[in-house]
Design a protein around this ligand. Structure first.
Ligand SMILES: Nc1ncnc2c1ncn2[C@@H]1O[C@H](COP(=O)(O)OP(=O)(O)O)[C@@H](O)[C@H]1O
Ligand SMILES: [Mg+2]
Length: 260
């Protein structure tokens, strides 16, 4: 059965796009077939990370939601050069054109239809995994968040160790539990070296009642790399890449290995 992992953060700039893209790259490097959905209509940055040129983009994920394009037209093969053959990545990019966003907000879309359709498309493309990157926070385009959470077998709530992230993470967790997302995990990103990892893990897990899937340091190498492509492929031996490899293994295990 297709596994769907959704990345969500309460605030922009937390790292959900970086994590989505690099997890996809690791899965593809392991020979898996991965679909990536940019469910962020405020320019989530995935096209940059995967190097999908604007000229190549016809139909977007918005068109798909609005039933203006079928799924296969809105997904683009963005498979990077991989050390081992077999892996594949298809990306469905969002349109950040204000008019497209406004149309989507006015018209809405049918969650059940899209969910069924995405699973059919995944079967056609023979996907092993579907990764979804969401927009930050739950205030806007809530239908899209609802769709993303409805698709998720695993929801990864990404947060920084920052007071401003804590409340929004709690709100997202409540919504996800109400929507009965089967598995919810936390991921602490951009963690400063001053924090004690053992304490952080204990405190986060006790506060939110969810397991911490990974803790990634603030990395000046990632910052310097910017969003210029897939970090894990560029730096396969980097310590953060090794942590992301472990995270990917955890996320691709059958559910409940992460149960609290
Ligand atoms: N662990 C990290 N260390 C340093 N910089 C990071 C880290 N994670 C993400 N970044 C950087 O933070 C910025 C925001 O990341 P991004 O994935 O675009 O966030 P989001 O999608 O949540 O808005 C990017 O420039 C990214 O390279
Ligand atoms: Mg983003």
């Amino acid at each position: 059965m297709l596994e769907c992992v959704v990345f969500h953060a309460a605030r922009e700039g937390t790292g959900s796009s970086l994590l989505t893209a690099n997890t996809a790259a690791i899965l593809a490097a392991r020979g898996r077939r991965v679909g990536v959905v940019e469910a962020n209509l405020h320019d989530g940055g995935l096209t940059l990370l995967f190097g999908l040129a604007e000229q190549r983009i016809g139909a977007t994920f918005n068109d798909y939601l609005l039933e203006r394009a079928n799924g296969s037209a809105a997904f683009y093969d963005v498979t990077p050069a991989l050390p081992q053959a077999g892996g594949r990545i298809w990306l469905s990019p969002a349109s950040s054109r204000p008019r497209d966003l406004a149309t989507l907000l006015q018209t809405g879309f049918r969650i059940e239809r899209i969910t069924d359709d995405l699973f059919t498309l995944a079967a056609t493309l023979q996907l092993d995994m579907l990764l979804v990157d969401t927009h930050a926070g739950l205030q806007e385009v809530s239908l899209l968040t609802e769709l993303s959470f409805a698709l998720a077998q695993t929801l990864v709530l990404v947060l920084r160790l920052d007071q401003a992230d804590y409340q929004g993470t709690g709100v997202a967790l409540d919504v996800a539990r109400t929507l009965k997302v089967p598995q919810i995990v936390l991921l602490a990103n951009q963690v400063a070296a001053a924090f004690d990892p053992v304490n952080v893990k204990q405190e986060l897990e006790a506060t939110y009642g969810a397991k911490l899937a990974a803790m990634l340091p603030y990395s000046t190498d990632i910052a310097a790399h910017g969003s210029a492509g897939l970090f894990v492929l560029r730096y396969p031996k980097h310590p953060v890449t090794l942590l992301l490899n472990d995270l990917t293994s955890t996320l691709s295990q059958r559910p409940n290995s992460l149960a609290t």
